[in-house]
Ligand binder design. Structure first.
Ligand SMILES: *Cc1c(COP(=O)(O)O)cnc(C)c1O
Length: 386
């Protein structure tokens, strides 16, 4: 049995999306900037994809800008706000558990003199709203807090953050890449000014995403060249990717309610079973304010990477928080920010389900997990000593 539980890393493209994209690659292949009929035909479909995508977020089509994905959108939102601001002292607020696309961008800006506040999170991965309020000052340009975390699935209080930003007169950007397929997002209700998303995290193709930018918000372009995207983002419009993304979003929205309910049931059953039956296991993240498809558990006395590799031998694809940085295993910055013991940060595994994950698959994963954990702990001197 092969089980793919790494959907937070990327998802399988929907069959309907592939069919749609094929049509555009082989039939409606014009450059949507061209004046002739091939171009006009392509443009018609780009426009309708933009309308459809905007409607899912209660945004205007003119507020949607296509990019190459989540990383570019995050870079553009943050660098764009900084570069277009005229004031001398510039201040940005983020959290410690942002995606590297936000963290590394801010590290870079900091070297160039921008002031960065990195908010702590509690043991569930939630930011503190009072700390956010206290951190905002006259120089603050932007608050960038992710909608939901890619490792532990914690969903932030986006509505409250939006209200604070609006009241204080600072821009609010959210990296919503992980939230698109399962969360209801209304950018006006939530007071979001800038929002990043990426198609390959919701059953669409890789290499396409978008930045929502509220009308009137000024950001400097990141990519210069032609006049695509109303002169704000250059580069030939990838028509097939855009229609694919729009289709994928439509499909997600259609069955959201049922799929979320199914995933939550699978998720909570799996978590309960593991925590109850496998000793020395700990849930990372929030029990309820958590993405429906996200399970993140630490297995004490085991290196996450080893467990990942053993599960891989059993045909199960998961992800571990640790990243191999220059030969040494570095604990995940997200799990570390939760304030857990260093060893536990090294022993975390993320299981991320798709809309198609079945109970049979989750049962198989649980059975193999029990075997793998037992085997690895038999090899662990720390475990034997307990
Ligand atoms: C995957 C991901 C990104 C990066 O998106 P790409 O389209 O792969 O560049 C950014 N933020 C979060 C939270 C993600 O999960």
């Amino acid at each position: 049995m092969q089980v793919y539980l790494d959907n937070a890393a990327t998802t399988k493209v929907d069959r309907e999306v592939v069919l749609e994209m094929n049509k555009f690659m082989s039939e409606i292949y014009g450059n949507s900037s061209s004046i002739h009929s091939f171009g006009r035909e392509a443009l018609k479909h780009v426009d309708s994809a933009r309308n459809s995508i905007a409607s899912h977020f209660n945004a205007l089509p003119s507020e949607i800008f296509f990019t190459s994905g989540g990383t570019e959108s995050d870079n553009w939102a943050i660098k764009g706000v900084v570069n277009s601001a005229k004031q001398q002292v510039k201040h940005i607020i983020i959290s410690k558990i942002e995606h590297p696309a936000v963290l590394e961008t801010c590290d870079l800006l900091e070297k160039q003199g921008v002031l960065i506040t990195r908010l702590d999170v509690d043991k569930f991965g939630m930011i503190n709203l009072d700390e956010l309020k206290r951190s905002i000052n006259d120089n603050t340009l932007l608050v960038s807090i992710m909608f939901a975390n890619n490792e532990i699935g914690t969903i932030q209080p986006i509505k409250e953050i939006g209200e604070i930003c609006k009241k204080e007169g600072v821009l609010f950007h959210t990296d919503a890449v992980q939230a698109i397929d399962t969360q209801d997002i209304d950018v006006n209700y939530l007071n979001i000014d800038l929002m990043s998303f990426s198609s390959h995290k919701f059953y669409g193709p890789k290499g396409i995403g978008a930045l929502y930018k509220r009308s009137g918000v000024k950001i400097t372009p990141l990519i210069s060249g032609g006049h695509q995207e109303r002169g704000e983002r250059a580069g030939t419009t990838p028509v097939e990717l855009i229609v694919g993304m729009a289709k994928a979003l439509d499909i997600c929205a259609k069955n959201r309610f049922e799929i979320n309910a199914k995933k939550i049931e699978l998720r909570d059953n799996f978590i309960d079973k593991v925590l109850k039956n496998i000793p020395y296991t700990y849930l990372n993240g929030h029990k309820k304010k958590r993405l429906p498809g996200n399970i993140n558990i630490s297995f004490e006395f085991i290196e996450g990477e080893s467990l990942l590799m053993m599960l891989d031998l059993f045909g199960i694809a998961v992800s571990s928080g640790s990243a191999c940085a220059s030969g040494a295993l570095e604990a995940s910055h997200v799990i570390s920010a939760l304030g857990v013991k260093e060893e536990l940060a090294h022993s975390s595994i993320r299981f991320s389900m798709s809309k198609d994950t079945t109970i049979e698959e989750m049962n198989y994963v649980y059975e193999q997990l029990v075997i793998a954990v037992e085997r690895l702990r038999k090899l662990s001197p720390l475990y034997i000593a307990t």
